[in-house]
Design a protein around this ligand. Structure first.
Ligand SMILES: Nc1ncnc2c1ncn2[C@@H]1O[C@H](COP(=O)(O)OP(=O)(O)OP(=O)(O)O)[C@@H](O)[C@H]1O
Length: 655
């Protein structure tokens, strides 16, 4: 094995994934609708039938009034009016119901027909809603899957900078906004347009003058809605952003609850929350005010429109140029038409909101995934665990380099320890090995194969890792360990736990391996968490084991037991150990000492002890501290038993 440190290398081997263009909201929606378009077509078909039935209901009412109740001739209405097409239509409908005589004798008949038609309309309305809901739920499920899947594949760098609260909001409330839009509003707007387009010819057939009067204020209503949408659009984005800020603060606060309490920062946190919360309230209020203004004004216009039709109709009837039935039909048509038209402003607004949501989700989906491996790269099979790093250079932010060109080699089965001050780049080496980040230049070879040409999933499947801050899922201890290897038998889980010296502790818990560990493992102590994470890694049985300060929270005795267990398996897998405690590193085959991203010392632990340098300095400091404690204990034991003075603690005695 050899190690060396040299200056930055020049080779850059990082494949770049081209940034895909951000999809337009409509294009994104269209692609998501694939496979559900048929259901939407059925929803539209049901809507068409629903609309047709809705036209029939006022026409039946109108025909009954004009023919069945007045023998086809209304007082004051000229014969000419009766030969008009609408009269023929009414006559036809009455004859379908059995003729004027029968209808007149049995008035419940047209009532029954109208009720029957209403029930039928309800049935088609249900079918319309059902098909639309089925399609939209399918689309939303697909979108959530796609978002979640994409988030899993985004580079670690993206997650370093993304705000979790904001991402959660995009994957939940933004998706919900879209679901509402495509399940109801798309159908609503189709309904309104369809009604407008089809009502016009039917109304014209009934009475041209009344049609013109009925539409007098429709144009202003539509214009008004258009202006409103223009003004309200940007407000939606602002409200959405403010909501995101609120979510972010809550999420951060709940994650760091213990720190907040330990530092008695609740007051500060409450104040911190008040600011985005106020902003959200102010923006929502502005939005609500605008909406209230729109609703009240448009309601006023709609009522005026109905009033105008009523007055004009009454005038035409008094002049003998309009039948009561036709006025009845117009009033019903207006009711059918005006409310959806007025609703259009709101529907368009909600659609605007959905467009904003779709845009925000499109932003995530257009983020480039982790770069794909070079197709020519063939991974070593089987991988024996040989690692060779050459002139490795890496920086997180393009400014200060975390690694400045380091080289080392680990042969299969060897244990390499990495030591160095905080921030010297130790964890970075592990992150690069796991391909969490791609290095800027230099190379890493696994059994001679360049890392960046290998599939990330394959690379990660070759390593077992215990991270510096072990993360446990809110599951049972057994399930957390089994994450290391799906399908592992109970005995294998227990064996891994024994190796990590946590088996006996687990057995003292109320439900032993079935004990729930709480979110992020909060119900366990730091050392227990680390040992469960270690058991998880040991269960994995991969060619390489990475331990990043994995025993820092474990007491010295337990640490010694674990290290003994690991040593008994020495040679079975390559191991890289990061630690600040030299006792953890003492049995490594080799140690590299890092400082500011450079290797400043390297060699066997015993050789490093003989050299002047950081390793020996740390050894001296750590041993001196230990010696001091032992000396304190010796002095305390030697103190006269009869002394009335309290027994000095190791920290208070003779300093
Ligand atoms: N996600 C990140 N974004 C930006 N800079 C980072 C990030 N992670 C680490 N760094 C920086 O990279 C450098 C090396 O960090 P690294 O975590 O490798 O240090 P370390 O030697 O493992 O330290 P410690 O012993 O404290 O764990 C540090 O200067 C750190 O500030």
């Amino acid at each position: 094995m050899e190690t060396s440190s040299s200056g930055p290398a020049t080779t850059s081997s990082q494949p770049q994934t081209p940034v895909p263009p951000k999809p337009a909201p409509a294009a994104l929606l269209w692609s998501l609708m694939q496979g559900f378009r048929g259901q939407y077509a059925l929803a539209i078909a049901a809507l068409l039938v629903f609309t047709a039935i809705n036209y029939l209901i006022p026409l039946v009412g109108s025909a009954t009034i004009d023919f069945a109740l007045t023998s086809g001739v209304l007082p004051g209405v000229t014969t000419a009016a009766k030969v008009a097409p609408e009269a023929e239509l009414s006559a036809l409908l009455v004859s379908w119901m059995g003729g004027p005589e029968l209808v007149r004798a049995h008035l419940w008949l047209p009532a029954l027909v109208m009720v029957g038609l209403t029930v039928l309309a309800g049935l088609f309305s249900y079918l319309k809603g059902r098909f639309a809901a089925q399609a939209s739920d399918g689309i939303v499920r697909r979108l959530k899957d796609r978002l979640y899947d994409h988030l899993q594949r985004l580079p670690t760098k993206y997650h370093d900078h993304a705000e979790t609260g904001d991402l959660i909001q995009r994957c939940t409330s933004d998706v919900e906004t879209l679901r509402l839009a495509i399940s109801t509003q798309v159908v609503d707007i189709s309904n309104a347009i369809l009604l407008l387009l089809t009502a016009l010819p039917v109304m014209l057939l009934l009475d041209g003058r009344m049609t013109a009067i009925s539409f007098v204020l429709v144009v202003p209503i539509v214009l008004f809605g258009y202006i409103y949408v223009g003004r309200v659009k940007h407000l939606f984005r602002e409200v959405d952003e403010a909501e995101g800020q609120v979510t972010r603060v809550v999420q951060e606060n709940l994650t760091g609850l213990r720190v907040v309490r330990a530092f008695a920062r609740q007051g500060f946190e409450i104040d911190k929350f008040a600011k985005p919360n106020r902003l959200y309230r102010d923006r929502s209020l502005r939005l609500l005010r605008l909406m209230a203004w729109y609703w009240s004004t448009s309601d006023f216009i709609v009522l005026i429109q109905q009033g105008i039709v009523l007055i004009a109709g009454a005038w035409f009837i008094s002049q003998g140029t309009l039948s009561v039935g036709t006025l009845f039909a117009f009033i019903m048509f207006l009711n059918m038409l005006l409310w959806p038209v007025r609703q259009m402003g709101r529907t368009l607004t909600d659609l605007g909101k959905a467009t904003v949501a779709l845009n925000r989700m499109g932003e995530i989906l257009s983020e480039p995934e982790e770069s794909k491996p070079n197709p020519a790269g063939v991974h070593p099979e089987p991988f024996k665990g040989g690692i060779e790093a050459r002139d490795l250079v890496f920086d997180h932010d393009g400014k200060s380099a975390a690694l400045n060109g380091i080289s080392f080699t680990v042969c299969p089965g060897e244990t390499l320890a990495i030591l160095g001050p905080s921030g010297s780049g130790k964890s970075t080496i592990m992150h690069l090995l796991l391909r969490l980040y791609d290095y800027r230049s230099g190379s890493i070879h696994l059994d001679g194969q360049e890392l960046t040409t290998l599939d990330r999933q394959w690379v990660r499947s070759q390593f077992s890792v215990v991270m510096q801050e072990p993360f446990l899922f809110s599951k049972t201890i057994g399930e957390n360990i089994r994450l290391g290897r799906d399908g592992a038998a109970k005995e294998e889980i227990q064996e891994a736990a024994r190796l990590a010296d946590i088996h006996d502790t687990i057995n003292t818990f109320s439900a032993d391996y079935g004990t729930l560990v709480g979110e992020r493992g909060v119900t366990l102590s730091g050392g227990q968490r680390q040992r469960v994470a270690l058991a998880r890694a040991l269960l994995r049985e991969t060619p390489v084991l990475l331990l990043d300060d994995a025993l820092s929270a474990v007491d010295a005795e337990t640490e010694a037991t674990i290290l003994d267990a690991l040593r008994s398996r020495h040679g079975q897998r390559t191991t890289l150990v990061i630690a600040h405690r030299l006792s953890t590193l003492a049995h490594a085959d080799r140690v590299i000492v890092l400082d500011k991203g450079l290797i400043i010392q390297e060699g066997r632990p015993v050789d490093l002890l003989k050299q002047e340098g950081l390793y020996r300095r740390l050894w001296t400091i750590q041993n001196a501290a230990q010696e001091e404690i032992l000396e304190d204990e010796r002095l305390a034991a030697a103190a006269p038993a009869a002394s009335a003075a309290p027994t000095p603690t190791p920290f208070s005695a003779s300093r």
